[in-house]
Ligand binder design. Structure first.
Ligand code: PHE
Length: 344
């Protein structure tokens, strides 16, 4: 047994001599000195020896263990110091070097407008619908069919809407209104949500039109919701967003998914209603479509129109921002010119 111990000791010393780093040392500790290590497994056999031998071999085993522990510690300290020195050298910082100017960015004006409008509707009792209810890559089913669009409606045409090539009936949504349907199908009544997001249209790009922009959809469905609620909520929104001195008007309109429908115009900020290039001489700019949720849409979503009613609205985010800050070209929001963005 003594021989065995001596052999282990020699072997361990040999490995220590060859160790190159802290990790090697840890492995040696594990192999020889840990509870399940080789020294301990030999010590366990001591009980089979005579009392006389036990004393001698036991004392030797302890000596071997102590010696080995000391050598391991010695080596460990050397490597520890070495690795620490290396690390310190590598991570040295010269605190006397002059600093670098890192310009601070800020929120994009589109995001900023969305945040501002979201806060206003929060205060009016609206929360956000879920992201799952608002995919940008949408199906014809949610973007048009469930919203009561007739099969041959011109908006469904490829001239107006971007269809994907990967699958039939899959498109880039042309409006956020599809989220109305998804929300009514997935959330419990009453529903009072808004949904900001990006939409895509196959447009000729000019100062007032881009082929993608942002909308904020709104939906309120409960028992006894009337057109007076629609008018009250949207008038209050306009008052908070534009201030009470900006003239606005409700104009009757048509959407397949609302009945009756309205559009809201805001007086042109460029000419203050006199008529100019921006407002095509009318003095007004359309910013929002709205109406009472069509009975057919409620039915499509399995909501009983005899019990529930609701209103919906959708507004153009860039339009709202343009009309607040007197910006006359929508393309400025998308070409990332710092001279423009810095002003916000
Ligand atoms: N989705 C319509 C549009 O893009 C706006 C709208 C939303 C109208 C909700 C009525 C109700 O023009």
């Amino acid at each position: 047994m003594k021989d065995q111990l001596q052999k282990i000791y020699d072997e361990a010393q040999e490995m220590l001599a060859q160790a190159k780093n802290l990790e090697d040392i840890e492995n040696i500790k594990l192999k020889y000195l840990s509870r399940k290590g080789e020294l301990n497994s030999i010590k366990k056999n001591l009980k089979n020896l005579s009392d006389e031998d036990k004393k001698v071999v036991g004392a030797f085993a302890n000596e071997v263990a102590n010696n080995l522990e000391n050598s391991v510690k010695e080596k460990y300290d050397i490597f520890y110091k070495q690795e620490l020195d290396e690390k310190l050298k590598k991570e040295k910082i010269d605190v006397t070097l002059s600093g670098k100017y890192i310009p601070r960015g800020h929120v994009h004006p589109v995001t900023d407008t969305i945040n501002e409008i979201t806060e206003i509707f929060h205060a009016l009792g609206f929360s956000l619908t879920t992201d799952e209810n608002s995919p940008e890559v949408e199906t014809e089913y949610f973007n048009f069919d469930m919203l009561n669009f007739p099969k041959d409606h011109p908006a469904k045409d490829m001239q107006d809407t971007f269809y994907t090539k990967t699958a039939p009936h899959v498109l880039l949504r042309s409006q956020t209104s599809g989220s109305q349907v998804r929300t009514m199908e997935s959330m419990k009544l009453p529903i009072r949500v808004i949904d900001p997001g990006r939409v895509y249209r196959n447009e000729n790009i000019n100062s007032r039109k881009n082929n993608f922009f942002h909308q904020i959809e709104g939906l309120y469905v409960d028992k006894g919701v009337t057109f007076a609620d629609l008018k009250g909520v949207l008038t209050e929104f306009l008052r908070i967003y534009f201030g009470s001195s900006r003239p606005t008007r409700f104009r009757s309109s048509y959407f397949p998914f609302t009945e009756p429908s309205v559009e809201i115009d805001v007086q042109c900020i460029m000419c203050h209603g006199k008529g100019c290039r921006t407002c095509s001489g009318t003095g007004w700019l359309e910013i929002l479509g709205a109406g009472m949720v069509d009975v057919n849409v409620l039915k499509n979503c399995n909501i009983d129109p005899e019990v529930y009613s609701g209103f919906a609205f959708g507004m153009g985010v860039e339009r709202l921002s343009m009309l607040k800050y007197a910006i006359d070209d929508i393309r400025l929001y998308f070409n990332n010119d710092q001279r423009f963005l810095e002003q916000f």
